[in-house]
Design a binder for this molecule. Structure first.
Ligand code: SF4
Length: 167
């Protein structure tokens, strides 16, 4: 599948980076996210092709000759727990570790749920944080879906591990 404009994803990733930088500064004392910590790099993450295509384009050699990390963790992790596609890592990877909030539904009523990596739990209870101090799931996922549709592609997702198989 060919995604229309190669750079169509860049403004979205830039906006995500801008906002996550703000949150990393705000939560600097509680966040333990750093190179080598790969607790969030689970197996089975998927991407729309609008995010998969830049990975294929920028990391063709890795996908052609490299070896995926053994199953049980993300295929793109290296032996030191670092990401081998860091500049092109998907949206979801850019928000890992932050206090997350999202709207779910219980008994027909919207409810707000929150979560954070256990390694970053210590500190002010995330239930007490303002909305602006959390990463809200939903808006960027919708923007990604719209980008995918604007590229004329179906809303199907590909496992990161499968990118190695589709070189
Ligand atoms: S793509 Fe990179 S940052 Fe994202 S889960 Fe895989 S190794 Fe981790």
């Amino acid at each position: 599948m060919t995604i229309g404009r190669p750079d169509s994803l860049a403004p979205l990733h830039a906006a995500v980076n801008h906002e996550t930088r703000r949150l990393h500064v705000l939560h600097a004392e509680r966040l333990h996210c750093r190179r080598g910590c790969s607790s969030c790099c689970v197996d089975g993450l998927t991407v729309f092709d609008v995010e998969g295509e830049p990975i294929r384009r920028h990391h063709a050699e890795l996908l052609r000759t490299g070896t995926p990390h053994v199953q049980g963790a993300c295929a793109f992790l290296d032996g030191e727990g670092a990401c081998r596609i860091y500049p092109q890592r998907p949206y979801v990877c850019r928000t890992q570790g932050l206090p997350l909030r999202w709207i779910d539904e219980r008994n027909g009523q919207p409810v707000e749920l929150r979560d954070i990596c256990p390694l970053n739990e210590a500190g002010e209870p995330i239930e007490h944080l303002t909305v602006e101090a959390c990463w809200t799931l939903g808006p960027f996922e919708e923007r990604l879906a719209r980008l995918q549709l604007a590229a004329g592609a179906a809303s199907t997702r590909t496992g990161l591990r499968n990118l190695f198989a589709t070189k």
